[in-house]
Design a protein around this ligand. Structure first.
Ligand code: AKG
Ligand code: FE2
Length: 219
């Protein structure tokens, strides 16, 4: 039987050591985290920031992301370039792929069930196509965490009144990057309670192809 997770591709991009180094840098940059209510981001994000404010926030936060995570961002762009066989670029008007950070204060909270449409919340120099989303797991509490995937069409799930169908849980592994077209109905899953010193840290990004066939990565 085919599984929903067959729609998600997965590739190892970081070693355990690299994940630990990145996580410790993210935690050390707490002064630069943006409070999103039940979690934080390090970086501007289309779905958290007002459309008009996004370029300014991106301009500010991109300075931090390039300063501390320049090598990682280059490696991510190189990896996508090889996989997609198209030039991959970062735009100055857009937030660079950035971090989602959760701690124990998110215990027992449900993530929103959604599809991704970040391309509708930012300016583009031309029409875009082939939108996709990716998540690179950096640190998970006791190695646990992933994404819930839901069968069905989004409208039905969005307007549901009764109980939701059971999701398929797709576990992440630190160091692995998960990529999908954003149209699969999904939800951040934090299946275990975090202790006060534990975090769920991921690098989150989206992709869009410009009419020039350049692929833009952004958050
Ligand atoms: O953090 C994750 O596991 C997925 C995040 C997500 O769905 C999103 O940022 O749109
Ligand atoms: Fe999403």
């Amino acid at each position: 039987m085919s599984k929903l997770q067959d729609n998600i591709s997965c590739v190892e991009v970081l070693s355990q050591n690299e994940c630990e180094e990145i996580a410790s840098k993210v935690l050390g940059l707490r002064d630069h985290w943006r409070d999103r209510g039940t979690f934080w981001t390090l970086g501007a994000s289309t779905y958290n920031d007002e459309v008009m404010a996004y370029p300014g926030i991106a301009w500010q936060d991109n300075a931090i992301l390039t300063r501390y995570f320049g090598k990682l961002l280059q490696e991510i762009a190189d990896g996508f370039e090889q996989a997609l066989k198209k030039p991959v670029i970062y735009l100055h008007t857009h937030g660079l792929p950035g971090f989602h950070i959760f701690d124990h204060t998110a215990n027992n909270l449900e993530g929103s069930i959604h599809i991704d449409q970040p391309e509708t919340r930012c300016w583009w120099p031309c029409e875009t196509k082939d939108h996709f989303s990716f998540t690179l797991a950096i640190e998970l509490p006791n190695g646990q965490g992933g994404m819930n995937l839901y069968e069905g069409d989004y409208e039905t799930i969005e307007n549901h009144t009764g109980p939701l169908p059971n999701p398929e849980y797709m576990p992440y592994e630190p160091g692995y990057l998960y990529m999908h077209d954003g149209q699969i109905i999904h939800q951040i899953a934090n299946p275990i309670d975090m202790k006060p010193d534990q975090h769920r840290i991921t690098l989150q990004g989206h992709g869009a192809t410009l009419s020039s066939e350049q692929v833009v990565l952004y958050f």
